[in-house]
Design a protein around this ligand. Structure first.
Ligand SMILES: NC(=O)c1ccc[n+]([C@@H]2O[C@H](COP(=O)([O-])OP(=O)(O)OC[C@H]3O[C@@H](n4cnc5c(N)ncnc54)[C@H](O)[C@@H]3O)[C@@H](O)[C@H]2O)c1
Length: 313
């Protein structure tokens, strides 16, 4: 099958390319604003890679494509602004127009748990959506645009509200951030907020597996799924795992002092940070999804993978 992945040189995208490359003809569009060519370098002989900005006219790249995985976006919740909203909505509109013109059959979209805002824990898909960041608002707007095009143009839609996804090739997020800070200063680790922010973390392998299960088994014209692990871990515990693994790999000599910024509004890392997050994943579990790693295991695995990559360089 010919499929196109936007943002395919990014963290989740490059792992997806690795998973799908053997059995599909893959086209990747990525402007490398966040992604890296080295992430897809092992597959460059087998895929078509275009370094193109999705704000441009992209329709011709979609010729003959049956399935589009739309991952390209600015992934930072913390730095999101009203500009993120208009930019990523326009990208999504361009992707959908290209799907319409080329009669694409399926679109899969990486949305986020942030669409729910500060909602009740164990959040089901039918919970009210009340985003508290521009990032969350952007994802929600993209979801509704996708739903509309799916209905008007007979495209099938798969929308994934992702928890924190972590693993090989990640270039942002709390784990990456802690490791970079500790490499610069091994004496002290600055932790945003009060360290009690507690959320669900999922390995990128489990994430991709979950999306594929949904694609193969869900039957509605538009399908919305939460995708996360079944438990949570707090930021202070994550810092401890990072420190333990950096000490045992020799990248750190001793335990650093943890310095909490205190954050805003009762310990959020920043304005718009959802402090407590756990998604109810029973809808996807009913289709056979079972995460292999819990949050703490996924965190440790991710730390070890980032450290291994650093040690090889
Ligand atoms: N990583 C997570 O924890 C997480 C959680 C929820 C949702 N998501 C979503 O999953 C998707 C992938 O996230 P990621 O963590 O792999 O981030 P990433 O930054 O590694 O990947 C995004 C990719 O999109 C590309 N891109 C951005 N703007 C582009 C443009 N205008 N034209 C072409 N390419 C462009 C970037 O270069 C990058 O390679 C994003 O939509 C993100 O919002 C991620």
């Amino acid at each position: 099958m010919r499929l196109l992945i936007t943002g395919g040189a990014g963290f989740i995208g490059s792992n997806l390319v690795g998973k799908l490359v053997k059995s599909n003809e893959i086209i990747v569009i990525d402007n490398l604003s966040g992604g890296k060519e080295e992430f897809i370098e092992p597959f460059l002989d087998e895929i078509k890679f275009y370094k193109v900005d999705l704000l441009e006219d992209i329709s011709s790249y979609f010729f003959g494509v049956e399935e589009v995985w739309h991952l390209a976006a600015d992934p930072s919740v913390k730095d999101s602004s009203i500009n993120t909203f208009f930019r990523d909505l326009k990208i999504t509109k361009n992707v959908l127009e290209a799907c319409k013109k080329n009669k694409v059959k399926k679109i899969l979209f990486t949305s986020s748990s942030t669409v729910y805002g500060d909602s009740e824990l164990n959040t089901p898909e039918n919970c009210e959506t009340k985003p508290i960041s521009f990032y969350g608002a952007t994802k929600l707007a993209c979801e509704s645009l996708i739903s509309t095009y799916c209905s008007l143009c007979k495209i099938r839609g798969f929308i994934f509200r992702l928890a924190n996804i972590i693993g090989k090739n990640s270039t942002h997020g709390v784990i990456y951030d802690f490791i970079q800070k500790l490499l610069k200063n091994g004496e002290q680790l600055e932790i945003l907020g009060d360290g009690t922010q507690t959320k669900s973390y999922l390995s990128v392998e489990d994430c991709i597996n979950g999306m594929l299960i949904a694609k193969n088994k869900a039957e509605n014209p538009v399908n919305i799924f939460n995708l996360g692990s079944k438990d949570r871990i707090n930021v202070k515990e994550i810092a401890s795992v990072v420190v333990e693994e950096m000490i045992s790999s020799g990248l750190l000599q001793k335990k650093p002092e943890f310095k909490f910024t205190g954050g805003v509004e009762g310990g959020r890392g920043w304005k718009g940070d959802v402090k407590e997050m756990l998604l109810n994943i029973s809808k996807l579990e009913k289709l056979g999804f079972k995460p292999e790693y819990n949050s703490k295991e996924a965190v440790r695995k991710c730390v070890m993978e980032i450290i291994n990559t650093l040690c090889k360089k």
